[in-house]
Every structure is written in C-alpha cells, then in structure tokens.
Design a protein around this ligand. Structure first.
Ligand SMILES: Cc1cc2nc3c(=O)[nH]c(=O)nc-3n(C[C@H](O)[C@H](O)[C@H](O)COP(=O)(O)OP(=O)(O)OC[C@H]3O[C@@H](n4cnc5c(N)ncnc54)[C@H](O)[C@@H]3O)c2cc1C
Length: 439
C-alpha cells in the first residue's frame, strides 16, 4: 500500500472540516487541521446566530469528522505567527488554506472611528463568545445604548438586529455565555434601525430570516416609506425576492408599533457618524435609482439617533506572508483551488464571503480533487515529512489536541446542564486552555 500523504489544513471552519473529511475518506491522506482558536468550526461556532439552533447543530456533524482515522485537531496555533505557510510546506506534503474572512469592510464615512461604531465581525464574535472579542467594550457600552443602527441589507445584518431586539427570555435557551446574556438584558434599547442604500428588491436577506423579524415577542417593525413607491425598488422576476417583498408589504399594513421598534430604511446611504468622542447619530442620505438604473443620492438627509452602530457590509479575508493575495477581493490567488503545486485553498478565503455552509463542502471537495490530480501527476508525493508538534515545542507552543477540544466540549455541555440547556460557550481562552491541558 502507498504511504499516505500528510496534509495540513489551515482553518477548522466548514471548508477546512469538509476538506479534512474528503481527504480522510479517500484513504490516501492523514490530516492535521490547524486553527488559531482552542475550539474548532470557525463561523459555525463564532458566527451563526446562537438562536438558530438547527444551523448551530451543524457543529455536531462537523464534530464527527474528528472520529475519522488520520484526522487531528491542532488548535491555538496561529499560522503566520506560530508557524509560517512555507514552514508548513516543509513539514507536510501539501497545505490547504481554509482560514476564512476574519476582517470586514468599512463604510468610508467621517466619524466611523468614533466609540460605539463597530464591525459586525466584532459584535457577532462577542455575542458568540469568541475568545478574542473586546468584552470590556461591549459590557460597558451596551448598557448605555438606547438607539442602534445596523448598516446592511443581508442576513448578518438581520442576525445582529434580531439579537438586539430579542428579550432575555427569547435568548435564554441559546449557548451564549452568561456575561453576553446579562449585558444584552441590561441594555435598554428602544429603537433599532436597519439602513441600506438599495431597495427591498435588491436586499440579500433570505425569506425565513426576514420573516422572523416580524415575529419577535416585544419588538414591532416599522417601514420608512421613502423610495418604496419607486418601481425599481420593488420590481423583480425572482421568486425569493418576491416573497421578501410580500413580507415587507404585510408589515406596512400593520399599525405602527408603540414599544421597542425595528425600523427599516431602504434607499438610504450612510454619510456621516456624528458625535463628540462617541457615536450619537448616523446621518443618511436618501437615495434613488437614476436614469441609468444606478443608485445615487437625492441630497435629502436624515439624522438617526444612534449610540451603537454596527456595519454589516461584508466580511473580508486577509493575506498571509508569502501567499499570493488579491487585496481587491480579499482572497488567495488560485486557479481551481490550486495556488501552486502543493498549496491549495477552499472556502471563504478562496471564493470571498458568500454562500451558505453547504457551499463550502462542494468547494472543499473540488479542491481536494485538484490536490489528488496533482498527486496522480507526480507533483505532490508522500515524504517522511516533519513534525509540527516538535517544531512548535521548540518555540514553547503547545497545541490543543482533539482530546483537548473534546474536554472543552464536555465542560461546555456540563455548564449547560446547570442552566437546563444544551451548552454554554466558554469564552475565556485561558479557561479553555486549562481544560484542554488537563485532557
Ligand atoms: C455572522 C454570520 C452568520 C452566518 N450564518 C449562517 C447561517 O445561518 N447559515 C449558513 O449556512 N451560513 C451562515 N454563515 C456563513 C458560513 O458561516 C460560512 O459560509 C462559513 O463559515 C465559511 O467557512 P470557512 O471555513 O471558509 O471560514 P470560517 O468558518 O471563517 O473558518 C475559518 C477558520 O480559520 C481560522 N483561522 C483564521 N486565521 C487563521 C490563522 N492565521 N491560523 C490558523 N487558523 C486561522 C479561524 O479561527 C476559523 O476557525 C454565516 C456567516 C456569518 C459571518
């Protein structure tokens, strides 16, 4: 029998896990899945909304991949810091980069740097219990917030708005860390504004996520009617979009809410964040479709009070030293998943931040096929290889093993039992590492 290939996968989100599964199932390779965090699964753990239980349960499917022979987790290792890609290439027969899109796009408006104005990446990471989230900021800031603005017309914007809108009871069965639930419960937010420069027909929300906003326990929906009489904002041949428009029309027929309100402002683009040291209001300019069908400003301005502003206008990948990277798209440069012979890519860092979890499976499998095609052509071959753990040990770095992750997982489930729920996420890196070390 041929000696198996030794593959390093960088990033344990869905793309990395599906690549690992495809490699292991082939019987031709053993895989080390490396992640900078002590816990695996990327945005399935640190992005997907904690109140979307069925999608969160994809974690259980991904978790079974660790049981496949030859698949190992090496957590708490940052590629580009603890080990470089070229060093991994020396230690393994091939490397697959699946490290996702960890940064986000900015609005490019004055005042964006004011305190209280954050990226969805930061806020989502905090409410999901990401170890690197800025706890001190969110825990001190959110209790002072009455008005929030979410910029963007996609599902992440909807997630953010829904988390801000829900009552403590509505969030009580999620796996959010206790400090997150307590902070959200202490925030006395009265108004949440979703702002987007385009019309409802161009928004990218999926119907199920949009509809949920109209079914919240204590928050009503209000639609700013500006621009909604324009034909272009509504017309569509797409059935999914047509269903969204029906939902929005339905909301427009409801009486205006009297309590906590979620306001939609379509056809409104951010112009400025006003404030003295911290955000106080967002200025938006009403937009319209010009004669060429493009969005342009009308000159009419609207001030929306907001002490908390979350921009949700796209995630973005960042480059790693020595790896060809396209700054304009925030993706690794590749052809059909191959960067060079022996170096491959899959997932968001390959395609950009689009598609659902399942999209990454097809994508990762295609990349693994490319790798095996290169192996069959003699460009990638099994070598005696090196020892990553030995390399890391020489630098005093100890990875979290699969057993270490399983211990963290058990500790989270045990914590959940205390509250009568499935699990509570442990957010503190030192605690996670201590649990893993004992394993
Ligand atoms: C807020 C949000 C909500 C979403 N909700 C849904 C949903 O409800 N349903 C759905 O189908 N899809 C959803 N998605 C999309 C889905 O999460 C993505 O399609 C998917 O996670 C992308 O997979 P990935 O493996 O490419 O990247 P990621 O999931 O981001 O995984 C990348 C991994 O690489 C690691 N990493 C990064 N840099 C390094 C480094 N230098 N060294 C080592 N490791 C590194 C990260 O820690 C992470 O674990 C959502 C996305 C977001 C942002």
């Amino acid at each position: 029998m041929q000696q198996p290939l030794r593959i390093a996968v960088v990033g344990s989100g869905p793309a990395g896990m599906y690549a690992a599964a495809a490699l292991a199932e082939s019987g031709r390779a053993s895989v080390d899945v490396i992640d900078r965090l002590p816990a695996p699964f990327g945005l399935v753990r640190y992005g997907v909304a904690p109140d979307h239980f069925s999608i969160r349960s994809v974690r259980d499917t991904l978790d079974r991949i660790w049981d496949q022979p030859g698949v190992r987790f090496l957590g708490n290792i940052t590629v580009g810091v603890d080990v470089h890609v070229h060093e991994l290439q020396e230690l393994y027969d091939a490397v697959i980069l699946t490290y996702g899109s960890s940064s986000d796009r900015h609005m490019g408006v004055p005042g964006e740097e004011l305190r209280g104005c954050v990226g969805a990446t930061d806020f989502v990471a905090w409410y999901c219990g990401h170890p690197d989230a800025d706890r001190a900021f969110f825990e001190s800031w959110l209790p002072t917030v009455k008005h929030a603005v979410v910029v963007g017309l996609g599902n992440v914007a909807v997630d953010v708005a829904r988390v801000l809108a829900k009552t403590p009871e509505e969030l009580s069965t999620t796996d959010m860390p206790a400090h997150v639930r307590a902070t959200l419960a202490s925030a006395a937010i009265t108004d949440i504004h979703i702002v987007g420069r385009r019309g409802p027909a161009q928004a990218t929300f999926t119907n199920k996520e949009l509809k949920e906003l109209g079914e919240l326990e204590a928050t009503g929906v209000s639609i700013d009617r500006h621009g909604l009489d324009e034909e272009t904002g509504w017309s569509t041949g797409d059935r999914g979009v047509a269903r969204n428009l029906d939902v929005i029309r339905g909301w427009m027929e409801r009486p205006e809410p009297t309590g906590k309100t979620l306001h939609f402002h379509f056809m409104a683009r951010p112009i400025e964040v006003k404030g003295n040291g911290s955000a106080e209001a967002m200025v938006v300019e009403r937009t319209h479709f010009d004669a060429g069908g493009q969005i342009s400003g009308t000159g009419e301005l609207l001030d929306i009070p907001a002490e908390f502003i979350v921009r949700s206008i796209g995630y973005r990948g960042v480059g790693l030293p020595g790896v060809p990277f396209d700054e304009s798209t925030g993706t690794v440069v590749h052809a059909e998943g191959r960067v060079t012979h022996g170096l491959y890519t899959a997932g968001w860092v390959k395609r950009g931040p689009s598609g659902i979890i399942g999209t990454n499976k097809k994508d990762a499998v295609a990349t693994v096929h490319q790798l095996f095609a290169d192996a069959d052509a003699g460009f990638v071959s099994a070598s005696s290889g090196g020892d990553l753990e030995g390399f890391l040990a020489s630098k005093g770095v100890v990875p979290v093993s699969t057993a270490g992750w399983r211990a963290i997982d058990q500790a989270e489930r045990a914590l959940g039992q205390e509250f009568g729920i499935e699990r509570v996420t442990i957010a503190d890196r030192a605690t996670m590492l201590a649990i893993a070390e004992q394993a």
